[in-house]
Design a protein around this ligand. Structure first.
Ligand code: ADP
Length: 187
């Protein structure tokens, strides 16, 4: 592949985007930038970011945009991201999507593909309850799905309107989803 891609993983909580992003990042040798993971480790280490983000994450709300913008700027500006990257968990609302476009213009970055992993709600809830992460309680899951529909769904439309959206059926065994993603990336 001449130019490694900028991949934006969309898709609801529990859609498997973290797992797939991790795998593809190893295969393509490009960094996997997961805002959820960065926030969880900031919370575990009780950094200033972690302290500010904790109550939002625990309630299943989005953390305020300004907590994430510097982080994304820093991650995408680093040398190892110059050949490509996978963003997982960002952008999660239209403000973040517009910020990302501006930032990528500035950084002179290659074109991006947004990938939406589609999975029905009842499957998502089942998967998240099985996963049992600290923010995977019934109440938080319900709220995260609601926030996803309200705030992240418009991001999917944003990329769709620009002809940059690829939808993949995420309700299949891992390897099948991976192989569909590989096809999308090779386009
Ligand atoms: P999932 O998609 O499975 O819910 P993530 O690991 O992507 O999990 O995110 C966990 C939590 O971190 C979210 O519920 C939210 O509180 C916070 N978060 C992650 N990314 C963002 C973001 N881009 N903007 C605001 N909050 C975020």
């Amino acid at each position: 592949m001449a130019k490694a891609p900028g991949l934006i993983f969309l898709g609801p909580p529990g859609s498997g985007k973290g797992t797939q992003a991790q795998y593809l990042s190893q295969q393509l040798q490009i960094p996997h930038i997961s805002t959820g993971e960065m926030l969880r480790s900031a919370i575990a280490e009780a950094t200033s970011l972690g302290q500010q983000a904790q109550s939002y994450v625990e309630r299943g709300e989005l953390v305020p945009d300004e907590l994430l913008l510097d982080l994304i700027r820093e991650q995408l500006g680093q040398p190892k991201a110059q050949q490509g990257w996978i963003l997982d968990g960002f952008p999660r609302n239209v403000t973040q999507a517009a910020f990302l476009d501006e930032l990528l213009d500035l950084l002179n970055h290659f074109s991006q593909q947004a990938i939406n992993l589609e999975v029905p709600d009842e499957v998502l809830i089942e998967r998240l309850l099985l996963r049992g992460r600290q923010d995977d309680t019934k109440e938080t899951i319900r709220r995260r799905l609601e926030v996803y529909r309200q705030q992240t769904q418009p991001v999917i439309e944003y990329y769709d309107q620009q002809g940059r959206l690829y939808s993949v059926d995420g309700n299949r065994v891992l390897a099948e989803v991976t192989s569909s993603l590989q096809q999308v990336v090779a386009v």
